[in-house]
Design a binder for this molecule. Structure first.
Ligand SMILES: O=C(O)CCC(=O)C(=O)O
Ligand SMILES: [Fe+2]
Length: 313
């Protein structure tokens, strides 16, 4: 199937190309962990506004802070405990904290609220497409994420400023995402995001008004490994400031995550059952390491022997 980065034209889900488009999504989830959406239904005007306000906000409130922070860093040898990025976080679900975040004007707050409402709908729609491809009943994945207070949805707003020595520091070190489904609005001019496929780093191509989707560790667990979360990283650039707005559609903190019974063949359950919050607590300490030891550690917890620490050196 797709030998170059998978691009999904969502308009094709409504006509005679539906089956072929669903196949591309399935292949992307199995073999790439990533795909890029066009004609996703979110208005280009809204995306342009989000981009303009985010870039303006960076210039006004973030750029100077970042420059002061990096002034004291000597870039002579490789730096592996820091990323060349400037970020802030917004939470939307279970409760929004947008009104409490400083330095956002009313227009920016409202625009981000509008944008993430559309992203939430898009995420729900996509999860149901995944259910269809997996043979799970509609709504299965949303329900699996739900927990007692509902799922969590948040946005990391990042800028990756120009870097004098991209060979010595990453924009963001390689990792898989811990959660469910990630929706990324990335800069259409300045590139940098790469994913690992067959031991090679492949660029995720910037494309105007597209939304990049990737799968987090929880979807790998729930699908019993049919779908995979994939390592990705951001390479810092010498020129240009890269904007990225990553929204994380994740399980609720007390959601119990485990492989769907329909996807366990011949009792071949290879993934553990755990509470999402326990996974996140582990993830925070080992984010920039391989995911497999995390799954193994959760199995030990499941079997009542743990928790066991993962070697971090
Ligand atoms: O900025 C990007 O393109 C990717 C961000 C990312 O991978 C993350 O925040 O987990
Ligand atoms: Fe990520």
């Amino acid at each position: 199937m797709a030998s170059s980065f998978p691009i999904i034209n969502m308009a094709n889900l409504n006509g005679d190309k539906r089956a072929a488009t669903m196949d591309i999504i399935h292949d992307a989830c199995e073999n790439w962990g990533f795909f890029e959406l066009v004609n996703h239904g979110i208005s280009h005007d809204l995306m342009d506004k989000v981009e303009r306000l985010t870039k303006g906000h960076y210039k006004k409130f973030m750029e100077q802070k970042f420059n002061e922070l990096v002034k004291s860093k000597v870039l002579e040898t490789e730096i592996t405990d820091m990323d060349w990025e400037s970020t802030f976080y917004l939470r939307h679900l279970p409760e929004s904290n947008i009104s409490e975040i400083p330095d956002l004007d009313d227009n920016y707050r409202k625009t981000m609220k509008d944008f993430v409402e559309r992203l939430e709908k898009l995420a729900e729609n996509l999860l149901d497409l995944l259910c269809e491809n997996l043979g799970l009943e509609k709504g299965y994945l949303k329900k699996a994420f739900y927990g007692s207070k509902g799922l969590t949805f948040g946005t990391k707003v990042s800028n990756y400023p120009p870097c004098p020595h991209p060979e010595l520091i990453k924009g963001l070190r390689a990792h898989t995402d811990a959660g469910g489904l990630i929706l990324l609005f990335q800069d259409d001019q300045v590139s940098g995001l790469q994913l690992l496929k067959d031991d090679q780093w492949i660029d995720v191509p910037p494309m105007q008004h597209s939304i990049v989707i990737n799968l987090g560790d929880q979807l790998e667990v729930i699908t019993n490994g049919k779908y995979k979360s994939v390592m990705h990283r951001v390479i810092a650039q010498t020129d240009g400031n890269r904007m990225s707005i990553a929204s994380f559609y994740n399980p609720g903190s007390d959601a119990v995550i485990y492989p769907a019974a329909e996807l366990i063949e011949e009792k071949n359950q290879v993934y553990p059952k755990f509470i999402f919050e326990d996974y996140m607590n582990l993830y925070k300490t080992v984010k920039f390491q391989a995911k497999e030891p995390r799954f193994e550690a959760m199995k030990v917890v499941e079997n009542g022997i743990g928790p066991v620490p993962i070697a971090t050196a």
